[in-house]
Design a protein around this ligand. Structure first.
Ligand code: PBG
Length: 326
């Protein structure tokens, strides 16, 4: 049936109708809010490349997490800025790492009202800024696996519910799953950054996490933005290795990958609206070029429409407020 019998505008004529036929509904219950924990005490310092986001010291991060939980957001994702960096990224593992300390502080502050996820990677902790151990100028895949596994078990022992490896080493999900299980941490879930692209949109994060590589780039381990079939291969491997949830990152420039992943896999699918996606909207809004709220909600809605069940976003608190979360 076509025009004039069929008139799609009929169902767009008022908000009640539009709301009734809406296919995608955002909810704060699908957000994960990234947080950055730094050394010192009494610190809550705005990150200049990501206005509205902060570095928190361990003693201040609990109060922030209480606020996050009160907004109906179920989870935070922790990134750590260590006191000192070295070749082996020692600040990433061990029971007194900055992230392990933050996990304990958050648990104390919020109890079981919030899930705690920890990003697992070495780039914030290595002096060279690469995501693994170096052998010459190359990142040594297999030598890195044990350190990622150590970091994961230390976060889980501190009380993390979820570990999220973002390093893109081959075989890391299996190495982490085996290490967790061997440490009787079978209940700790793995959210794998499966299709993580070598993206310019991580730019603002490098300032937030002080994690820029000191030479070269990450194209030797993160994916080529031109590839789609390879993303499916990466995700398949992570599923086989024991991932509980898979992720596509960044989100908005990769909606095709999200949509494909949704069709191909039955695991919960996450998408990471990364720092550059956030900061582009924040900067344009600051200049009056975009309406911040509408750009935020449209971008999040479209990421969900493409197929993401879970969205990691720096807008989580603002969007939850707008959605009238608890
Ligand atoms: C660590 C990591 C990065 C991000 C998440 N985990 C940076 C990178 O890979 O360079 C990016 C997050 C963002 O841009 O918001 N490897």
């Amino acid at each position: 049936m076509s025009f004039p019998t069929s008139r799609p505008r009929r169902l767009r004529s008022n908000e009640l109708l539009r709301g009734m036929v809406r296919e995608t509904r955002l909810s704060a219950s699908q957000f994960i809010y990234p947080l950055f924990v730094c050394p010192g005490s009494g610190v809550k310092r705005e990150i200049s490349s990501m206005p509205g986001n902060f570095h928190f010291s361990v003693d201040r991060i609990g109060e922030e997490c209480r606020e996050v939980a009160a907004l109906g957001i179920p989870a935070v994702l922790l990134f750590g800025l260590p006191d000192t960096k070295d070749e082996r990224g020692s600040g990433a593992y061990g029971d007194n790492s900055i992230v392990a300390q933050a996990v304990r502080a958050i648990r104390k502050a919020v109890g079981d009202k919030l899930l705690i996820a920890c990003d697992v990677c070495l780039c914030e902790y290595t002096s060279h800024g690469h995501c693994g151990l170096l052998s010459g100028q190359e990142v040594d895949n297999d030598a890195t696996l044990d350190l990622l596994a150590q970091a994961s078990t230390s976060y889980a022992r501190a009380g993390a519910d979820i570990v999220a490896p973002s390093d893109m080493m081959d075989g890391r999900v299996r190495a982490i799953r085996q290490a967790l299980d061997a440490a009787a941490l079978q209940q700790t879930a793995i959210l794998a950054y499966s299709a993580k692209y070598a993206s310019v949109f991580y730019g603002p994060f490098r300032e937030a996490a002080d994690s820029a590589p000191q030479f070269g780039d990450r194209r030797g381990y993160q994916m080529d933005p031109a590839n789609q079939r390879e993303a499916l291969r990466e995700m398949r491997l992570d599923v086989e290795e024991g991932a509980d949830m898979i992720m596509v990152k960044p989100a908005m420039p990769y909606l095709d990958v999200i949509a494909l992943a949704r069709r191909e896999f039955d695991l919960p699918l996450a998408a990471y609206q990364v720092s550059g996606e956030y900061s582009m909207i924040a900067a344009a809004a600051e200049r009056g070029w975009l309406d911040r709220e509408r750009a935020m909600m449209e971008s999040l809605t479209c990421i969900q429409r493409a197929g993401a069940d879970i969205i990691l976003t720096y807008f989580a608190k603002d969007a939850a407020r707008l959605l009238g979360g608890r």
